[in-house]
Design a protein. Sequence first.
Length: 319
Amino acid sequence: MLKIEKLKKAYGKYHALDGLDMTIEKGALYGFVGPNGAGKTTTIKILAGLLNPDSGTIRIDGVDAGRDRRGLKGKIGYVPDSFGVYDNLKVREYMEFFASCYGIEGLMARKRCGALLEQVGLENRADFYVDGLSRGMQQRLCLARALIHDPALLVMDEPSSGLDPKTRLEFKELVQELNEEGKTILISSHVLSELAAMCTDIGIIDQGRMVLCGSMKEIMERVDQSNPLLITVYSNMETAMAVLRSHSCVRTISIKENCLSVGFTGDAHDEALLLQQLVDADVLVNGFSRMQGNLESLFMQITDREDKEVLLYENKPGL
Ligand code: ATP
């Protein structure tokens, strides 16, 4: 449904987006992750039609958005990271104002606004002043506003930031409900565990480029493979080390007492063969498992923010 290719955007000499590629399938709940300054907000603002890219293409349902900026705005609902100030405007007036911006007026506007306020759980707040709402309610109102023209794609920039844990959870459930009803959603966040639990797909951006993307299942498989194997050796450590050093999938070995932490690039089948090899070499193994990892550990590795550990052995392929 959305295909971004080679998107570039510079602020002066600084390249915020440096050839970004991104594909979002229809019906996806796409988590857009990256460290501070990676280019998430720039990408989202370009999608929302608030910034022009320097080059690259954005296609929605096969149509080149660069040639039809108005069409792009019609297909995208945008939830910004900050709400803005709306003095003396009641919730109902706020919604109807935005409805009128999309040419929805009168009875039609009242019906649509009422239905959306109900959907986000604000039906009882229609006559409250916007500025008097809690941060969580304002965020839900923002979501209702973004849905007013029934966009094909909902784009949210860090929508949960500043919300307390309970409100965060409620907001997450609301987003999931919308996705289950068929809305395609892009959501950026720093809270990786939250994204891992809710998204169908994920894209990790760093320095203006996509560094890893795929379905949640594929990414979690990568997470597993990027975690070290933890091997506890009961006896014959020297032989265990020799077997490991000669194995083509072993990248690193760290040791603490009789427990080895092994950087291992193989899959589950390679793991099973390694265990068999150790046993055949008369190594007594009383623990063998992949360390339980999460999206955070993979994110840290990919964006190179992880402190380097002291290694016992490092195999650099090609040397
Ligand atoms: P964060 O998670 O911190 O919000 P981000 O991934 O959303 O970061 P962007 O806000 O897109 O990143 O910024 C990308 C880079 O472009 C950053 O280095 C930022 O300082 C720079 N940048 C963003 N907006 C401007 C601007 N208007 N003028 C100059 N530089 C900018």
